[in-house]
Design a binder for this molecule. Structure first.
Ligand SMILES: [Zn+2]
Length: 332
């Protein structure tokens, strides 16, 4: 009998659920509004109903390995508790694993959403041929995930991988974490819009000001469109994104010497606009990168790959589904 599991990706706006078999084949996918404003009990109830209907549907065709749930925020891995989540205001010390397990009577693994995305890319995406990688997710904020020997690295108490709070500018823009100049303040969608507004306010970016006034959506995506159309101040903002990312990645390359760094999340679709500046800065910031860059070493030699994620917004969903399979493999 085929083994499958159910992955859940709970974002601020969407609740997505997928049934995936152990070969990574998608069996079913379902998306609904997260309606987090209706409270945590409502969201857990909706999640359990959707999981249950998927389970009933595949009852005769496979054995359920368990349920993996990706949630934004700090997770206590030992207890399966959401300690705090920026997108889910009333989820404070909320025992999500226990809540779902008691309702559905099956194994539940709770994971941070960026970690789940890293696992998805490792399993079926850019990292499928490596056992060690770091992943950056560039969205509203910047998240991270680290995989060593095919498994997620959680640190002492699950708080590892805050790659978005790596410092790239000591006296830079204040960050929500209390520090200044974190990567998140230069490489997230929020930061891109802020930097564009700053450029407009300084009077140095008349083309961006026109863009903001015109029909172009004034979002990170809209600013990317302006960059593609050749607007210099929009291009400059994405070059800033690339350089900030390079400083963050260089620190990781220097510390860990991993073979692969994957960049995902919505902002990664602007790869063309930020990657050239990123690669240029990486060679300057990390001697290890410059001596192991793919264009520096022979093809059969070990090299450092920095690349775009392949699974798009499904990475977290596939990664969440993978987690219970790994647990059951480890137990057998
Ligand atoms: Zn920070």
């Amino acid at each position: 009998m085929r083994v499958y599991s159910i992955g859940v990706d709970l974002g601020g706006t969407n609740l997505r659920i997928a049934a995936v078999d152990s070969d990574g084949k998608l069996l079913a996918k379902l998306t609904s509004g997260a309606e987090v404003q209706r409270g945590r009990d409502f969201v857990i109830g909706e999640m359990c109903n959707a999981i249950e209907s998927a389970r009933v549907r595949f009852r005769d065709s496979g054995e359920l390995a368990g349920i993996g749930v990706g949630v934004p925020g700090f997770i206590d891995m030992d207890t399966g508790t959401v300690v705090r989540s920026p997108n889910l205001p009333d989820w404070i010390n909320f025992p999500v694993r226990e809540q779902i397990e008691s309702r559905l009577g099956t194994t539940v693994i709770l994971e941070n959403d960026a970690n789940a995305a890293a696992m998805g890319e490792k399993w079926l995406g850019a990292g499928r041929n490596t056992d060690h990688m770091a992943m950056y997710t560039l969205g509203t904020g910047v998240g991270g995930g680290l995989i060593f020997n095919g498994r997620l690295w959680h640190g002492m108490n699950g708080m590892a991988n805050e790659l978005g709070h790596f410092n790239v500018e000591p006296e830079g823009h204040p960050c929500g974490c209390g520090s200044r100049g974190c990567l998140e303040q230069y490489a997230s969608a929020t930061a891109i819009v802020r930097m564009a507004r700053e450029a407009i306010d300084s009077g140095d970016a008349p083309d961006l000001a026109d863009g903001a006034r015109g029909n172009v959506e004034f979002t990170a995506r809209g600013i990317y469109q302006l960059a593609l159309q050749g607007h210099a101040s929009a291009q400059k903002i994405y070059q800033k994104v690339g350089r900030a990312l390079a400083i963050g990645i260089a620190g990781m390359v220097n510390a860990l010497n991993l073979p692969m760094y994957v960049i995902g999340g919505g902002v990664s679709s602007a790869w063309e606009a930020f990657a050239p500046a990123m690669f240029e800065e990486l060679k300057f910031r990390s001697f290890i990168y410059s001596t192991t860059a793919p264009d520096h070493v022979e093809q059969d030699q070990k090299h450092t790959v920095v690349t775009i994620a392949l699974l798009g917004s499904d990475a977290g969903l596939y990664g969440a589904a993978r987690l219970p399979m790994l647990t059951s493999i480890a137990q057998t």
